[in-house]
Design a protein around this ligand. Structure first.
Ligand SMILES: Cc1ncc(COP(=O)(O)O)c(C=O)c1O
Length: 390
């Protein structure tokens, strides 16, 4: 008998490269040619890791703490996170529910493998962080995109959840604050989303990686409402440890064993040195540094948002967290990639095209990051004025 050959496209064929990487590469080439480039494309803090964490990392090296750890991470760090949830959100999360991962990226990989089966659908905002779509594709599942605009704070409404849900939908993935829009899912809406997911028998995952880098008084964790939801978080952003590759997830009690088994198989453990270093992130000395940095980001946001509006970009007044402005460029162009290309080549300003983040009106948007100092932002604004106002 002839063997049946599966001719369906491989999941890999649906995964797209980040356009921002091409922007960064071209910016580096121009810099090699001697051009001064203003970097407003980069999605990581420009500040290097806080000194108490660096010192703790060095100490871990000197002490030979260089071996694999438990797959779920060292107890001490998970206990710090237990305390973090108690202090910041007033919730009790037992240690077993927390797993330390290689960045939020490692956490998302694990959760995608644990929660999604081929052929299923997962609801996501459009725009959203691009890897999330790709993780879903890699599971041979379907990202089900919900178009979100400025009028709804770039977060899905309940009626949209009803509208975009399909018979194969098994999950809802949210991000608060969001990359690229900087908007949050406010308390009431998050509570309703939990309720909606539960009553429709879907899993709910919330990416809380920009928590800490928020500029509003109230930023709830989904764990305040729902012990059965999944959380991904990281030491990359607020804690300023992008290169150390350290994050964490919180899973419901019923999933701890499976999550551990997947962690053992996918990556054995997160970096031991990074884990010991991160213990210092929970000291008063580090907290003071993080809060100074948060204040610096807030000042940059205020400056940049006002300046961009003056130039003619349209943007929300509600940039509640993260370090991005998702700006409508329709006054200038309906082709964001060409727009970004021209700004980089002719004016030395690097920003990210909206096409990186989804499909909905993506050609009319760009993401501008305030991950560079005030002096550079001022220069960037000056160049944008020259490019777009003369
Ligand atoms: C929303 C979101 N989730 C996850 C990640 C992955 O972060 P990391 O793997 O550095 O923790 C990023 C990185 O930019 C992000 O913006």
């Amino acid at each position: 008998m002839r063997q049946q050959i599966d001719t369906s496209p491989r999941p890999l064929s649906k995964v797209k490269p980040f356009r921002v990487m091409a922007v960064m590469q071209r910016a580096a080439e121009l810099e090699e040619q001697g051009r001064k480039i203003v970097h407003m494309e980069v999605g990581e803090p420009d500040f290097s890791t806080a000194q108490p964490i660096v010192d703790a990392g060095k100490q871990a090296l000197d002490q030979g703490l260089t071996h694999y750890t438990q797959a779920s991470g060292i107890h001490e760090l998970r206990d710090c996170l237990v305390e973090h949830y108690r202090l910041c959100y007033g919730v009790e999360v037992n240690r077993e529910r927390i797993l330390i991962t290689p960045g939020a990226s490692g956490g998302l990989t694990l959760l995608a493998n644990m929660l999604i089966t081929a052929g299923e659908g997962v609801l996501l905002s459009d725009p959203a962080y691009p890897c999330v779509r790709n993780f879903i594709h890699l599971m041979a599942a379907e990202p089900q995109l919900i178009p979100v605009g400025i009028e709804q704070n770039f977060q899905p409404t309940l009626s949209q959840l009803d509208h975009y849900r399909r018979s194969n939908t098994t999950g809802l993935w949210l991000a608060s604050p969001s990359n690229p829009t900087g908007t949050i899912v406010e308390r009431g809406r998050l509570q309703s989303a939990c309720h909606w997911a539960k009553s429709n028998n879907l899993h709910l995952l919330v990416d809380e990686i920009y928590h800490g880098l928020h500029y509003v008084d109230d930023l709830p964790s989904v764990l305040e409402f729902d012990e059965s939801s999944f959380v991904v978080n990281s030491f990359s952003k607020y804690f300023g440890m992008t290169g150390w590759r350290l994050g964490w997830i919180v899973v419901p009690d019923a999933y701890t064993e499976t999550a551990n088994m997947l962690a053992q198989n996918l990556y054995i453990s997160a970096s031991s040195i990074a884990q010991y270093a991160a213990l210092a992130a929970f000291t008063d000395a580090a907290r003071v540094i993080f809060e100074q940095r948060r204040q610096a980001f807030r000042e940059r946001r205020d400056f940049l948002a006002a300046a961009l509006k003056e130039i003619g970009f349209q943007l929300t007044d509600n940039i509640q967290g993260a370090f991005y402005i998702y700006a409508d460029i329709s006054k200038f162009s309906d082709n964001c990639e060409q727009f970004c290309h021209d700004l980089l080549e002719r004016h030395g300003v690097a920003i990210t095209p909206g096409t990186d983040f989804g499909e909905y009106r993506c050609n009319e948007f760009v993401r501008i990051a305030f991950t560079t100092n005030m002096q550079n932002l001022e220069l960037g604004v000056e160049r944008l004025q020259t490019a777009l106002c003369s």
